[in-house]
Design a protein. Sequence first.
Length: 314
Amino acid sequence: MKVKKINIDTVIQENQENLRPDSFDNFIWQEHIKKVLQTAINSAKKRKWSMGHILLCGPSGFGKTTMAHIVAKQSAVNMKVVTGYAINKPAEIVSILNSLEEWDILFIDEIHRLKPNVEEVLYIAMEDFVIDMVMPEWWSVRIPLNKFTLIGATTKWEWLSKPIKNRFVYDFHFMDYNDEEKKIIIDKYLKKYWVATDKNVIEKIHNKVDSVPREIHNLCIKIRDFFVTEWKNEQKFSQNLREKFLIHSKIDDGWMSPIHKKYLDILRKNDRPMGLKTIAIQLWMNEKWVEEDIEPLLLKLGKIEKSSQGRILI
Ligand code: ADP
């Protein structure tokens, strides 16, 4: 890695920047998805029409939201962001759809959590860009909508109903990130944060984190914080600093953070299967975070198992 001449002010200033990759080039991996989306964007621009609706499926932290932001930016349109569980009534989705300007993108995160009666409003809106309003005397009025593109993101593709799945023109499943992509992401973020380092340090640090871009990014933020704080005469995140950093952040070889260890301690102390809700309460965390951000690594490492009675230590 090329070492730039830097000073502490530059490091601090760079850190205030928008942190998400803002172009397909800066988004590492998922080449097939990027290629097809770029074609869809180009086509929409040429046709002067909205893009087909897009469904992004994959684990939490794999870049679905980031990808949606990039699509909006490349298409030069506005994007409204909502979360599936926050829309409770059909009237709420109607009001969101009505507020969209021509060609806007509506991004619904966790789309699998939409209620069936809310989802039904989307069917006709996605297909014909209209909504049907039922009036008190049981007659209905059809209201036209501006042309929009719906981007849905889900960690639970299997929970989506067939009618909603069918209305997405593009249905993308994010691929796993391997060691090579992991190293590229670390390298990119450390450069972005002006943390100069060597290839062999990246080689030694990449196995300290799970292959999830959000986790990788978080590791780089921790390295940046450590580097900025430890900043003296050292211009580089060296092997020596790397070792100090690992001790300081309590990161061990199994990629587990203190919260993963706390999760395992809770199961160990109880010595019986435990429900997600009980574990989440003891961790002071929301069930969704535990299920999507803590458990995948423990399952991957073979530390726990999900059974019909609850979570079990292996
Ligand atoms: P999701 O919506 O799938 O939960 P996000 O899009 O919120 O994931 O991504 C979480 C973080 O990980 C973002 O801050 C982004 O910076 C980073 N990230 C995700 N995917 C990538 C990628 N492919 N390349 C670089 N950074 C990524």
